[in-house]
Design a protein around this ligand. Sequence first.
Ligand code: SAH
Length: 240
Amino acid sequence: MKRALVYLGFVLLLGGLLLASCSENQMTDKKGNYDWAKKRAAMVQQLRVYGIEDERVLKAMNTVWRHKFIPEEYLGVVPPYGNHPCRIGYDQTISQPYIVAYMTKKLNIQTGEKVLEIGTGSGYQAAILAELGAEVYSIEIIPELANHARKALTIEGYEQVKVLTGDGYKGWPEHSPFDAIIVTCAPEDIPQALVNQLKEGGRMILPLGIYIQRLVILRKKSGRIEKVDDLRVRFVPMVR
Ligand code: SAH
C-alpha cells in the first residue's frame, strides 16, 4: 500500500512537471519570455487592423524584439509594444510600430537589397530591414545612440548591420548606390547627396518639412526623380 502511494505520488509529480513545461512552451518565446511574445503578437494584430497587410513586414515586426532596442532606463516609461513612439534618450524616439511597418512596406524591400537608413536611433528599424534580408547601412549623428544601436543589434543577432556615426546629409558614398533609402528624421528639403546615392530604379522614403511634415516617396527613373506625397507625420528634425 505504502509502495503504491509512493508510486502514485511519483506519477502525479511527473505529470505535473510535464503539464507545466507544455503550458510554458505554449506561452513562451524562444528565450522563455512569454509576456513580450504575447505583446508582440498583439502589436502585429493591431497593425493588421490598421491596414498593414504585407505578411513579410508583419513577420519581421513579430520577430524583432522591440523592447531590446529601448535603453533600459526608458523601458518602463511607456509599453514598448504599444502603438506610440518610445523615448530612447537624447530627446529622440523610435517611431510608433505603425509608422515603422508603413514605411518599410512602402519601400518593398527584397532579400539582398542594399538599404541606407538615416537616423539609426535605437537600431530597431535597421533590425526590421535586416530581418527582411536587406544589407543595411545606417547613419546616426549622436555617438551615444550609434553605440547603443551597435550593441543592441549585435546582441539581437543583427551584427551584419553597419552603423556609421556621422552626418546623414552626406549619405555613405563608399557603399552607394543603394536600392532603397529610408530617412527617419525630417529634413526641410530632400538631401541631394541621398538622391545621388540612389540606384536607377531605387526608392527613397522620408518625412519632409519643419512643422507640418509629410512622408514623401521618391523613385529614380531614367535619372529623373518621381515624387509622391503620402501621410502626414511627425518626426524629429534631421539636424546639421
Ligand atoms: N530609426 C530609429 C529612430 C530614429 S529617431 C529607430 O528605429 O530607433 C531619429 C534619429 O535621427 C535620431 O537618433 C537622431 O539623432 C538622428 N538624426 C538626426 N539628424 C541626423 C543626421 N543629420 N544624420 C544622422 N542622424 C540624424
